[in-house]
Structures are given as structure tokens and as C-alpha cells.
Design a protein around this ligand. Structure first.
Ligand SMILES: [Cu+2]
Length: 325
């Protein structure tokens, strides 16, 4: 297919959950109705052009035929009425699709809070009976087949949460929390994107949703529950010291260490994520080094400054962060 490059990781045309399916059905209804109307209009237009050419030969354009005028008025009147009926029908269809999406809420088994930042997503799972509250970034995990409540808020400007294969868009407006319900009906990795222009690095503000079995989700959650692993080698210890000593800790938290900054993503389990800096880079040691050495060349304007580290310190920090799974 000519759209294969788009894949189905991030596509409203590949719905993988009830919320997205309802929107997909609506897209098809609108497209089918619009295509039918367009075909009819083109047919009528073509007929009119052909018939007009024939009539021109036999009659003066100023000659008015009262009967024909009446017929034309009726035809145009009926077409206008039909247009209004179609518009009303589509409006009602879209209203009920919205209502049925809203009715998905109420049966959620998992809640996740998403806070928009320029240009990354803060992800928080509130405390449950078996687990403490957890804080992570840019990657949401959900158990497949279960309803998930996503609570949305922003701390700076307006962002929009959009994972097209799973749900419709929802804006994150500072001070005006909102929410949506989504279900992933197939295990997989779904990509989403900020869908409201939010500044320089808006295009590099992607989010990943990992839909996995209940067991895998619980295992992930209990890994997130744990504090960061303590450095096991000299290199990792050196990395931790450099991290704590050069200002990283002013902006980043690593649970279990004195680092408690909240300006940037929580790094307690950073190496367990699939990507870096809101999917700007894949999670590899090389990418981690490139990001820390010069975040501004990866995401110009990003709210993380370039911090001069010696090559050895940089390597040690990368080794240390790479151990935080
Ligand atoms: Cu944004």
C-alpha cells in the first residue's frame, strides 16, 4: 500500500481500541456521505453543462420558459433541503459518537496522570493498594484490554494528548484538568504526539504507549516502584557523583539519591524507557551521551542547558544512567 511508510503505530485509520474505533467509524461515515454528495454534484453539473450546450443551439438565452423555471426552483429547493437534512444527520451522528466515547468512562482499572511540559510528558501513576505512586516520563504502560483513565493537565502552555490508534485528541490546558478513557485491545507499542503547537520543539514532543499483558504491566509497575539501583561499579559510582555534583540534580530526581529536582523528567528508571527526550532519540548509550553532551543540538530550545563535563565524567554519567533500569 502506498501509505505503508505511516505504519499503524500512529494512525487514526488503524484503530486499536474502543475510543479510537468510534472516531474511525465517524470518519468513514463522514467520508462516505461527503463522497456521495460530491459524486452527485459532479453528475448533476456534468448533465447541466451537456444539456445547456444542446439547448443553446435551439433557443435564445433571454427566452424564459415558465414551466422549466418552476421545475428548476423545485429542484434547487429540494437539493437545499436535502443538504440541510444531511448536515443535521451528520451533526447528530457526531454528537452521539461523542456521547458514546464519554460513556466509556466509569469502568477504568488503571489511572494515569499526564502533565504536559515544554517539550516532554510527565507521567504519574497514583498510589494503589499494592503500589506506591510512581513518576516517570514520556512512556505510558497499560494492561491490554483494560480501561485506562488518563487525567490530563499542563504546567506551562496548552498541549494536546493524541495517540491516534487509541483515542481522540484532548487538550491539556494549564489549570483546567481534563480526562479521557482509552483501551488498547491489542498488545503493542503505540506512538502519540502533542497535537497543539506548543513552541519550538513541539514536533519533538512524542509519547509512547506500551500495551502489554496484565502480568507484564504489573511487573513493570513493581520495577517502577523500586528506588534506583545503587551503583555497583567504580565507573557507576563516579557517574553518580558527577550527576550529583554538576547540577543535574537541580532539575532531575533519582529516587534513593539526594537528587530531587522536578524541572526535568524523573530519571529513577530512565534506562528502562524506549526513548529519550520525548522520542527524539532511541535509548542507546550513544544517544544518551549525545543528549547529555549537548541537548541543544538534539532539541534546540529544550529546557535542559548544555553542561560542560569532562569526557571521563560524561562516560561515567552515561554508564550510571544506563544502569538505572
Ligand atoms: Cu506540546
Amino acid at each position: 500500500m502506498f501509505l505503508t511508510a505511516c505504519g499503524d503505530r500512529q494512525s487514526a485509520l488503524h484503530a486499536h481500541g474502543a475510543n479510537a474505533q468510534k472516531i474511525f467509524d465517524l470518519i468513514w461515515t463522514f467520508s462516505a456521505v461527503a463522497a456521495t454528495v460530491w459524486l452527485l454534484v459532479v453528475l448533476v453539473l456534468a448533465t447541466a453543462v451537456l444539456r445547456g450546450n444542446l439547448a443553446k443551439a435551439s433557443r435564445s438565452p433571454l427566452q424564459i420558459d415558465a414551466d422549466q423555471e418552476r421545475r428548476l426552483t423545485r429542484a434547487v429547493g429540494s437539493a437545499t433541503a436535502l443538504t440541510v437534512v444531511v448536515l443535521i444527520a451528520l451533526t447528530i451522528g457526531s454528537f452521539f459518537a461523542g456521547k458514546s466515547i464519554a460513556s466509556l468512562s466509569g469502568s477504568e482499572t488503571v489511572t494515569v496522570r499526564v502533565t504536559g511540559h515544554q517539550w516532554w510528558w510527565e507521567i504519574r501513576y497514583p498510589k494503589t493498594d499494592s503500589s506506591q505512586a510512581i513518576l516517570t516520563a514520556n512512556e505510558i504502560h497499560v494492561p491490554v484490554g483494560e480501561s485506562v483513565k488518563v487525567k490530563l493537565d499542563s504546567l506551562d502552555v496548552i498541549h494536546s494528548f493524541w495517540v491516534p490508534s487509541l483515542a481522540g485528541k484532548r487538550d491539556l490546558i494549564p489549570g483546567r484538568p481534563s480526562e479521557l478513557t482509552l483501551t488498547a485491545d491489542k498488545p503493542g507499542i503505540y506512538r502519540g504526539q502533542c497535537a497543539e503547537f506548543c513552541g519550538y520543539q513541539h514536533a519533538h514532543m512524542a509519547i509512547t504507549v506500551v500495551a502489554e499483558s496484565r502480568e507484564a504491566f504489573d511487573a513493570w509497575r513493581s520495577r517502577q516502584d523500586a528506588n534506583a539501583v545503587t551503583p555497583a561499579s567504580d565507573e557507576e559510582r563516579r557517574g553518580e557523583a558527577a550527576f550529583l555534583g554538576t547540577g543535574c540534580a537541580l532539575c532531575h530526581a533519582i529516587r534513593g539519591t539526594p537528587a530531587t529536582g522536578t524541572v526535568g523528567p524523573d530519571l529513577t528508571h530512565v534506562a528502562g524507557r524506549r526513548s529519550l527526550a520525548a522520542d527524539a532519540l532511541a535509548m542507546t548509550p550513544g544517544a544518551l551521551a549525545a543528549w547529555i553532551a549537548d541537548p541543544q543540538s538534539v532539541k534546540p530550545g529544550a529546557k535542559m542547558p548544555r553542561i560542560a563535563l569532562s569526557a571521563d565524567d560524561l562516560n561515567a554519567v552515561v554508564t550510571y544512567l544506563g544502569s538505572l533500569e
